[in-house]
Design a protein around this ligand. Sequence first.
Ligand code: AMP
Ligand code: ZN
Length: 465
Amino acid sequence: MQPTFYNTMARAKEAFAPADGATVRMYTCGPTVHDFAHIGNFRAYVFEDLLRRFLKSCGWEVVQVMNLTDVDDKTIRKSRAAGLPLRTYTKTFSDAFFADLDALRIERAEYYPAATDHVPDMIALIQRLIDKGFAYRSDDGSVYFGIDRYDAYGRLARVDKSGLRPGARVAQDEYEKESLADFALWKAWDETDGDVVWDAPWGRGRPGWHIECSAMSMRYLGESFDIHTGGQDNIFPHHEDEIAQSEAATGKPFARFWLHCAHLVVDGRKMSKSLGNFFTLRDLREKGWSGREIRYGLLSTHYRQGLNFTFDSLGAARSALQRLDEFRGRLASAAGAAAPGPLPSWAQASPALFHDALADDLNISAALGVLFDLVHVGNRAVDSGDAKPADAAAVVALLDSWDRVLGVLAPGEEAADDAAVELARLRDEARKARNWAEADRLRGELAARGWVVQDTAQGAKLKRK
Ligand code: AMP
Ligand code: ZN
């Protein structure tokens, strides 16, 4: 079945295939590396990972670009407060981001362009917009996009342009629909920018956030590409402004499909840094939740449905995974060394049902329903002795193929988080000093965080309980 995805541009599900029939070109707005990403951000990245893996399972190649926003209002403000050069400051958080992706089993995109490496592309794009009359220089040397010069402005977010105040401008990267105005493509240098500055034909300064994504997506994917994604907060102004800049400059359609995930919420409010109601991945891992459990928790609600974060839902993820691990273990022992045969009758319908569920706008609840139905009938077949070794091996192979899409089924190893590694190091030291009481205390602390210590010839190793 050909997939359909809900295209925010159309406010409807539409049948999807890549424009060239073979390779899906996809741009995913990445992290602003001013701090550790919170699990709300990771809801977006896990949704995009499911999308990517599913598209591959349909037989298409995927070229995915995820940018790193390493220069914007926030990164500059915080690096200055920390007294560090911008690049030094952001590197800590981009390194942490990649470690977090691994813990959540998020596949690597093909490209992770950093904004600061692409400023010449942004300058060239702004110049094109000035040359075509869509952008203008303001008195202070900034450059703004004139939204009344571009008739199609507002299609994605369906903004009401009736209240537009001619000439009104907004310099910040983030603003509300009510503040609809010409937005900054280039921000003239002022003292709050410190040494973060580039030369442009119209004056010194730095790019605005929106132009970064237009320039980097077109650099790696071409002027028109298949899918652009983000969280729903990106619809306005970020994606609206990206479309305006890109289509005004090229005269071509920008992205064909726009997919947005609903927010991870806490007590009904979006999880965000500014509200202070957030957990980073690190916070949760230090409380003993594994990356795999957190991934399951983020993945198992449909991406367009609000996801309320609770520890109960993480507990449910843990139980679901235990059930799946148990099933897989039973099948593996029933299979022994047998090679997979054809799927047994009780599993034959499952592959198509699983695919069709996800092909319906990534209906994960239906896909997990197919999985748990298989667990149910499979357990019965093993109980009654009906599952021959070759049958069981075939179902294990089916689970492996599903896991290339879900990324949660294989128990697998998990790298310990920094805090656990530090506790293990302290325990090693205590043991060397023959301070057994302290070593035991540290072992207990690690256990409370979900880690078992195994002493090997190469030193202590941490394993998930
Ligand atoms: P930022 O680093 O703020 O630019 O956000 C990175 C990505 O996370 C964007 O795609 C946002 O839309 C997304 N995002 C931010 N907060 C949440 C949330 N609470 N739930 C889901 N996605 C979010
Ligand atoms: Zn973006």
